[in-house]
Design a protein around this ligand. Structure first.
Ligand SMILES: [Zn+2]
Length: 100
């Protein structure tokens, strides 16, 4: 017997919930903000926690990819520095659909 998806009630091999959740991540907004003393911060907003799994490790992967520091703030991820291009690249490689 295969495992049944709790969301849609279909067997896990044919359900598309995880893919749907990732596609929905096309809605992740990436912006760059200039903070005090001219410091740049790359902010990821509108993250659906269901599609990233664990926020802590998701943030860690991004920090490793961009080789920078960062924090999780109120459901958003803030990375130190200007990393817009790298973040988009990384999210695409993780299977997220990105706009632009
Ligand atoms: Zn499902």
């Amino acid at each position: 017997m295969s495992e049944i998806c709790k969301t849609c009630g279909l067997p896990k091999e044919i359900c598309g919930c995880e893919n749907i959740a990732k596609e929905y991540q096309g809605e992740i907004r990436i912006s760059v903000d200039k903070r005090r003393y001219g410091k740049m911060v790359t902010i990821l907003e509108n993250i659906d926690p269901d599609s990233v799994g664990d926020m802590e490790s998701f943030a860690k992967e991004l920090k490793t990819h961009c080789a920078c520091g960062g924090t999780i703030k109120g459901g958003n991820i803030e990375l130190q520095g200007f990393h817009k291009k790298k973040v988009v690249e990384k999210l695409r490689s993780m299977g997220f659909t990105m706009g632009q």
